[in-house]
Design a protein. Sequence first.
Length: 88
Amino acid sequence: MTADAPKEPGFEAALKQLEEIVQRLEKGELSLEESLKLYEDGVRLARLCHSKLEEAEGRIELLMKDHRGDAVLDREGRARTSPFKKEG
């Protein structure tokens, strides 16, 4: 990231922006160009949120390792994870 690049929003900020975009698009009061721009911004934010959720899941999986460092598996043989609980 360069000094001129805008700072990437955190998950909560990106999700809030995405919700605002959806609300504006659902109203149907924007021009085609404005709608396309907001849609592009929404796709970017959705990808960012997805990436951050995958990162969080990976971190949680790391915490769910056994004493040998092996992933703890569920009944289907998938890495067991814990729900990511929102504080507050």
